[in-house]
Write a protein that binds this ligand. Structure first.
Ligand SMILES: N[C@@H](CCC(=O)N[C@@H](CS)C(=O)NCC(=O)O)C(=O)O
Length: 210
């Protein structure tokens, strides 16, 4: 398989798809497209008709969009358990992943992912609302499934892959979750996301890109 991704320190959507691919244990190659450079639109269009990365090639199959790629990987590698086996738990994970895939526009726009960045900014009210919602969501799911492991649904799942870029933003922009209603569980989960070996491998490569 081949995954087409953007600059690792900036491409949050690429990271979301790459993590489950890594977790699947499948052999894959990476094609990296340098974002924010002259000619990037043409470079992406030459390999990805949607004009966006990530995209996944598996033989003749070409899948675009991070969430569709993740769902394909979950179907193709059932033994990797990329989603929870229980339908209700899986539904909650899919709802959480869908919420970040389609929402939190203010946080995403105001605090773009940049793994090399450490700063402190004044956030808008809309971004504050996004953060409060994420804190509530993380606390809710951690409260339900903490007995089964440290991730959103207990065991690691695609839902966690979708929130890793959010965790990096909280760190990059100096956002303290206790200012947004966290009583501890969301902050601990955020740290867990940033300590997984697969994320650390991505981060190391991202920082080495310069
Ligand atoms: N909904 C898409 C969004 C993908 C997306 O917006 N990717 C950005 C990079 S993170 C991109 O390709 N931008 C094109 C550009 O910078 O020209 C997905 O989930 O994969």
């Amino acid at each position: 398989m081949e995954i087409i991704i953007g600059t690792k320190k900036w491409s949050s959507w690429s990271l979301r798809a790459w993590l489950p691919l890594k977790r699947s244990g499948a052999a894959f190659t990476e094609t990296l497209i340098a974002l924010r450079e002259v000619g990037v639109t043409e470079a992406i269009a030459a390999v990805s008709p949607s004009g966006r990365v990530p995209a996944l090639k598996d033989g003749d199959l070409f899948v675009w969009d991070s969430l569709a790629i993740c769902e394909y990987l979950a179907d193709k590698f059932p033994e990797a358990a990329l989603w929870a086996a229980d339908p209700q738990r899986r539904a909650l994970g899919r709802a959480a992943a869908a919420e970040i895939h389609a929402g939190f526009a203010s946080l995403r726009g105001e605090c773009p992912m940049d793994l090399a960045l450490r700063t402190k900014v004044d956030l808008s009210e809309a971004t504050g609302e996004d953060i409060r919602r994420i804190v509530h969501l993380w606390n809710d799911l951690r409260g339900r499934f903490a007995a089964d492991g440290p991730f959103l649904l207990g065991a690691w799942s695609i839902a966690d892959a979708f929130y890793v870029p959010v965790a990096t933003r909280f760190r990059s922009y100096g956002i303290r979750l206790s200012d947004y209603g966290d009583t501890g569980a969301a902050g601990a989960y955020c740290e867990t996301l940033l300590e997984t070996p697969d994320y650390l491998e991505w981060e190391k490569a991202a920082l080495a890109e310069g």
